[in-house]
Write a protein that binds this ligand. Sequence first.
Ligand code: ATP
Ligand code: MG
Length: 372
Amino acid sequence: MSNMPSRPTQPLAHDGERVSIEGTSDASLASVTEERRLAEERVKQRNPRVVTSDPSGEVVAQVTAVSKRFLGTLALDDVSLKLVAGEMFGLVGPNGAGKTTLLRILATLIPPDRGEVVVCGFRLNEVKKIRGVIGFMPDVLGVYDDMLVREYLEFFARASSLPPTTRDYAVRETMQAVGIEHLAEQPVDGLSRGMKQRLCLGRSILHKPRLLLLDEPASGLDPLARLELREILRSLQRQGATIVISSHVLEDLADMCDRIGVVSRGRLICVDETKNLIEEQGTRRLRVRALGKGEELFHHLKAYTQIDGVRWDNDHILFRLGGHQEQDLSDLLKELVSKGFPVVSFYEEPPSLESAYMNVTRAGEGWEVAKS
Ligand SMILES: Nc1ncnc2c1ncn2[C@@H]1O[C@H](COP(=O)(O)OP(=O)(O)OP(=O)(O)O)[C@@H](O)[C@H]1O
Ligand SMILES: [Mg+2]
């Protein structure tokens, strides 16, 4: 992609001039609003939007130039997005970026101020029709009163468009799909958080929606439960559902999602296939360990122009190195050894969705981006 820095043409320079990736300086309360406005301006001017060509396939939802403001906050700013049938789309972004707002608009829970939204062929004012074909799992779990798990799902089956003859079957099938059939006669209030998450997911898929909107479904889940959630979602995708999932668990999204959209300060600043995003925006990180001369090596690395983000990770030093060629690694290793550092471990961590996310959002938030 065009904004990838090219390989440095100079040999590794050790002159002390470094690129800062730290955030802006402390701002007084009075200047926060102005700073935010300026940051919003910077985001627009920097044109960090990296939206690839739309994917092919039947369009399930289309968001065009949507904006939404809550009092002084521009929660969504001119967002456009196309979702195609059968894809799993990950929505990422810092806290307050606008992910929930976008999901709630798609779920017909709040109207946009501007722009157009079409879901499964229906406009947003056709609320009932849209709700019949979507499932929405909110980020905050609801109140359950004194219901049993089975009763809870039966209640929502009755409230949905499911015909009476298929409701019992749908409830049983759903409990099985999300792995809570053994809890059918348990009171909902007594369920663990993870089991409540599953129940909530079950409630949103009861009527086999074409579009499933999940707001942080993995939050609070243990690693095994997260793995199971991934399996459940993959299985729903195999059955044809289009899934939009917002999450801060980037590892899960990298594993599951076909495409990722990065939201920053209300703007969708990047939409790309997951693989492309990681390859093209991710940063390679290196880990090195030297016997006995760790501190000295740490300060030595900090002084290279092409190196930044130097930090300790247990007894290893972690850092980013500019350029994309294997030769850069080899040159650096040769240089460290020739300078007498007893290097016992030196390896490259491949780019990850996490590093791609960091780079894209730092650019979006108006931060200086690490050269990689
Ligand atoms: N009902 C509301 N009233 C006032 N402000 C709101 C409301 N809903 C959202 N906002 C504001 O809009 C912005 C976007 O919020 P949103 O909940 O969409 O962010 P998010 O990306 O989902 O964040 P998080 O990762 O923390 O869940 C935030 O600044 C938030 O405070
Ligand atoms: Mg949210």
